[in-house]
Design a protein around this ligand. Structure first.
Ligand SMILES: Nc1ncnc2c1ncn2[C@@H]1O[C@H](COP(=O)(O)OS(=O)(=O)O)[C@@H](OP(=O)(O)O)[C@H]1O
Ligand SMILES: [Mg+2]
Ligand SMILES: [Mg+2]
Ligand SMILES: [Mg+2]
Length: 374
């Protein structure tokens, strides 16, 4: 596969990672289109009131199962977002059946993606086991996969941007990142308000990078239907070369609850950013920086919110290998070695296409900071 050196230490992880994320994108598109699984308006609430859908559980189960098959269950440690609490409820048998059929529908397509599927459809125990197998808490030693089965669930539910994010951490460092963006065309630029429903579904993309390679790659989504041609072609992606703030575009989360919009507007103003913020759901924001559709991504969550590693791991390595810079608001690298959370994160996350813009933003945060902002 292009961008993956067969002799690389992580060649197999990258190869399987890209293929399984392609399959996950296929699964999500099927659920979002309503042709398998329930309609997207069947959204459930977790304890923290955040949404979860059949797609979130199904992708987690499917990826967990494929990783275990590919690398041996006992060798596979996975840190992932979802658990089986809601699914195991005795009132949830209908929901669990939807997840099981969605998982099996997608696994039946595995050979088309160059992956080995099960010999017989998975039953409830196997599906619940696959989801529960993702109960690792990571840490500073060893290899851990990090998975956000659907990032930007709100975007997914609203028929907008969302991502499937898979990364591999070894000894606390993100060494591989794969980001599937089913509604982010590999051809069209992401522009404010340009995501019309008719543009969606046409063609998404999968991005991937191996730490230290100095390269990040993008493939169009493989179309699971019709005649599948695999391996498909990939192209190198690079961050934007714009480093004049007045020309730069900055991204931020859509929801005010997830990032302080007025604080980032203040930073943008002080830097002389002229364009309106590009508000995009999910890690598609990282994808937009990595391929040069935007130059800056700022996220300043409310004080007390702890960022989780699965919301950033894949995006960070892809942006860095595409030439960008990712740190916390104090200018320090994100620390993926301390479990499920990005412990020690200073205020927020600043992602830029280059060091000049990044220095300016960190300087502006330093100059403006007042803890009453968040
Ligand atoms: N209060 C709060 N503050 C900050 N971040 C939060 C918060 N609550 C949730 N989350 C996490 O944000 C993930 C979605 O982030 P986005 O950048 O996509 O935000 S937005 O949907 O565009 O508003 C989202 O990821 P998913 O749950 O995978 O969708 C959450 O992990
Ligand atoms: Mg969630
Ligand atoms: Mg997420
Ligand atoms: Mg998620």
């Amino acid at each position: 596969m292009e961008g993956i050196d067969a002799n690389d230490k992580y060649a197999k992880e990258l190869e399987v990672g890209v293929r399984v994320v392609q399959l996950a994108c296929y699964l999500c598109q099927k659920v979002q289109k309503g042709s398998i699984g329930p309609t997207p308006d069947q959204v459930f609430s977790k304890d923290d009131d955040s949404p979860v859908t059949v797609a979130d559980w199904s992708v987690q189960a499917m990826i967990s199962w494929i990783l275990s098959e590919s690398f041996g269950k006992q060798n596979v440690s996975i840190v992932a977002e979802e658990d089986t609490q809601t699914l195991s409820d005795s009132n949830s048998t209908h929901l669990l059946s939807s997840v099981i059929s969605t998982v099996n529908d997608s696994l039946a397509m595995a050979p088309r993606f160059g992956l080995k599927g099960p010999t017989a459809p998975l039953g409830p125990t196997q599906v619940l086991e696959a989801i529960n197998h993702c109960n690792s808490t990571g840490g500073p030693m060893g290899k851990h996969w990090v998975l956000d089965p659907v990032d930007g669930t709100l975007g997914f539910v609203r028929g907008d941007q969302y991502a499937v994010a898979l990364a591999l951490i070894e000894n606390g460092q993100v060494v591989v990142g794969v980001l599937g963006c089913p509604n982010y065309s590999s051809k069209k630029k992401l522009v404010n308000n340009s995501v019309s429903k008719s543009d969606l579904w046409q063609e998404g993309c999968v991005m991937y990078a191996r730490k230290g390679s100095g390269q990040a790659w993008m493939q169009p989504l493989v179309n699971g239907g019709g005649s599948l041609v695999w391996p498909n072609s990939a192209s190198r992606i690079r961050v934007s070369s714009i480093d004049d703030p007045s020309m730069a575009t900055f991204c931020e989360p859509v929801e005010k609850a997830n990032s302080n919009h007025s604080y980032s507007a203040g930073i943008a103003y002080s830097l002389g950013l002229r364009k309106k913020p590009l508000r995009v759901y999910s890690m598609v924001k990282y994808a937009a920086i990595a391929r040069g559709d935007a130059e800056i991504y700022m996220k300043f969550a409310k004080a007390g919110y702890k960022e989780k590693i699965w919301d950033h791991a894949a995006g960070v390595v892809i942006v860095e290998e595409a030439g960008g810079v990712v740190t916390d608001a104090g200018g320090r690298p994100l620390d993926f070695s301390r479990g499920v959370y990005l412990e020690g994160l200073d205020r927020g996350i600043v992602i830029c296409s280059g060091v000049n813009l990044h220095d300016k933003i960190i300087g502006a945060v330093y100059a403006s900071w007042d803890s009453s902002h968040l």
